[in-house]
Design a protein around this ligand. Structure first.
Ligand code: 5GP
Ligand code: MN
Length: 338
């Protein structure tokens, strides 16, 4: 964050504001962790802040301190709209274009307020007056830690804030193993533990809450996996029917896509998940090494993200979507086999 932006934030927060904090649609650990941490921090400063999530999120994130205060734009629509109407400042966290917030985009695009972006995805759009955008960061949570540090306030990091930030760093780095994890990430995490983050408890809350049906769904996903050694690619499909069979709950498919990459010599892993209600196939892309799934998702599946983790969608059915996907691989053969 440059010094002009830091000064602008300081000035902004030197007077009472009405603040709305927004994560992306289908928020993950980093999105919920960062918005809650920022909410605690701003509320403790005496600011009036509210988090509005575009939609619901997995149960394994609902233990986080402050969770009960999060408004769901779909469920508490009038309350959420009123908060946005009254807002003087809007923080957008863990996304960088307004297309990532579903139905909320129509309301926020019209909104006159000071927008502050804190985000680590590629190719930010220019809706925010104050931007803290850094694609080299492991997570938005690491950036919120930096943000608090820029404001000279690390002494104000409470155990609640520490737990929220630790959660997002842990989930976005695949428990500190992705290449975005730096020595600085570990230093921040060490500080968070010093300040009260309960690392073992957090890990249990996030990863050790499997239901039997989720494990059966994982079994189904692994059985469906198609391995294309000629392209060093593995992909999984899950139809709505399969999701229904295993009593799919939001968040159940989290992490499934990564199994493809655990196969020797596989560099590109994908999962296609049918969402009949939205009439789309939601897609997650993961890669190892230089193959940019951000570019792939952006070019072919109306998506984006990071070099090694991205998402997108398709409006055609599962069969057509996967056939189209496989047909694209030939064009990327050199990059995939390099
Ligand atoms: P996931 O596959 O876990 O949903 O997302 C992987 C990464 O890609 C995350 O950083 C997420 O924010 C981003 N992402 C997921 N879906 C989309 C999408 O439809 N559009 C864009 N631009 N980014 C996405
Ligand atoms: Mn993130």
């Amino acid at each position: 964050m440059n010094s002009a932006s830091i000064a602008a934030v300081k000035k902004l927060l030197s007077v009472p504001q009405k603040i709305v904090i927004v994560p992306h649609k289908n928020p993950d650990g980093d999105a919920i962790g960062s918005t809650l941490a920022l909410w605690h921090y701003l509320s403790n400063l005496g600011q009036k802040a509210v988090i509005i999530s575009p939609n619901d999120y997995p149960k394994f994130l609902k233990w986080l301190p402050g969770n009960a205060h999060i408004l769901n734009f779909e469920r508490e629509n009038s309350q959420a709209k009123e908060a946005i109407e009254n807002a003087t400042v809007v923080f957008t966290l863990d996304f960088n274009h307004l297309g990532r917030i579903g139905q909320m985009h129509a309301v926020l695009e019209e909104k006159e307020a000071t927008f502050v972006m804190i985000d680590h995805h590629q190719a930010p759009s220019d809706y925010a007056e104050i931007m803290y955008s850094d694609v080299l960061m492991s997570s938005t949570c690491e950036m919120v830690y930096n943000f608090i540090e820029f404001l000279g306030d690390t002494s104000k990091i409470t155990p609640e804030i520490a737990n929220c930030l630790y959660t997002g760093i842990m989930t976005d780095t695949g428990s500190f193993k992705f290449s975005s994890t730096t020595s600085r990430t570990h230093k921040v995490v060490a500080e968070l533990i010093e300040k009260g983050a309960e690392n073992t408890k957090i890990h249990n809350h996030i990863y050790d809450t499997n239901s039997p049906s989720r494990l059966h769904l994982l079994g189904c996903a692994l059985k469906n996996m198609v391995i294309l050694t000629a392209y060093r690619t593995a992909y999984i499909t899950l139809t709505q029917e399969e999701l229904d069979t295993y009593d799919y709950q939001k968040g159940d498919t989290e992490g499934f896509v990564n199994y493809g990459l655990t196969i020797e010599n596989i560099r590109f892993a994908v999962i296609f998940i049918e969402n009949r209600e939205e009439g789309i196939i939601k897609i997650s892309f993961r890669s190892e090494g230089d193959f940019s799934v951000n570019e792939f998702a952006r070019n072919h599946f109306d998506g984006g993200g990071h070099n090694n983790a991205a998402g997108g969608k398709s409006d055609t059915n599962m069969k057509e979507t996967t056939a189209h996907f496989v047909s694209l691989l030939e064009h990327y053969k050199d990059k995939l086999m390099a």
